[in-house]
Design a protein around this ligand. Sequence first.
Ligand code: ZN
Ligand code: ZN
Length: 390
Amino acid sequence: MTQPVRETSLEEYLRDDALRMTEQRAWFHAHPERAHGEKGTVAEIARILSLLGYEARDVAGGVVAETAPHGPYRAYRADIDALPINEVPGRPYGSTVPGMMHACGHDGHIAIALAIARWAAEHRSELPHPVRFIFQPAEETASGAMPMIDAGALEDVMDILGVHLWSPLDVGTVVIHDGAIFGNVDRFQVVVHGKGGHGGLPHRTKDPVVAASHMVTALQSVVSRRIAPFDIGVVTVGRIAGGTAFNIVPDSVEFEGTVRTFDAGVQGTVHEEIRRVVEGIASAWDAAVDIDIAKDCPAVVNHPAMVKRVRHAMESMAGRLVETVTDPVTVGDDMAFFHERVPGCYLLVGSGNAAMPDREHHQRSFDLDPNALPLAAELCIRTLLETDPA
Ligand SMILES: [Zn+2]
Ligand SMILES: [Zn+2]
């Protein structure tokens, strides 16, 4: 496990490239596109890659390019979609698309991947294995990875690496989790069928509003009373809808929510308990109920050999990048589908600083500190230069 790169030279290379990374990130930030609508983003990525000498091709709405015509490849994946959020006004690099914003840092992911591709184009002979770059659409809907995989994005790929910038953590920190870093994401939908009628004569109805209210309240106890204290689980009801007027008991009410877990056993228990609670309350209120629980995205589980490789690659960045330990995060990422097929490592790279008003992702004042970009690129290049088998 050695890396032939001259350490200061890579650091210097990326220091020289930092402004370009910041500018490219700013361009993508200003031009956000929603999941499955990333046409301009894809075109700009392909344009930059072809200027670097790559043959970029469209694969299932994303972009794929390689440093060599034949594998086997090490893959590097970046997600490219934005979110339907109205950005806070006044930023020089702010979104030019009303109601659309890069509020998860995927603009930075693109800039990092392009910097790695730029370095790789100039240093092909130093790479122990050729690299395939995968720019993936529609991560936020967890529906971009599988079409790319089905279209062959992982053919002849040995392993995969990727970065998620993480603004709750400071620049200069990285999380390299052994095992699961992001959780299972499931979705449940419930329709409560009662019997509508006059709001002044509720005893002649089967009120689904009251039944659904009891269900939502009771679901709060699934995690606290059915899951062991040190197991991880989340049950959130995010939407509820029913009724047409203040004085009418409606026929039905529907609600939906999400389940987040890390362990398959816990996941099964939570699903079972949701059904039991909802069906039990429906029966108590003499209402009928339809329940649908779907698994949207599995957990992102890092492979031990890949984790070891990243840690080794990081040794020469001591003092500039520090590994920090956090709990796994109960969000999802369809990087999981790649990791299910080849050994993978997904890193969280700190991109926040104390001056940010709100560091949470998926909200309108989200931002990232561009100083994170060269650090992330350097760690990934060093990992791609490692010579051990995963
Ligand atoms: Zn996101
Ligand atoms: Zn994201």
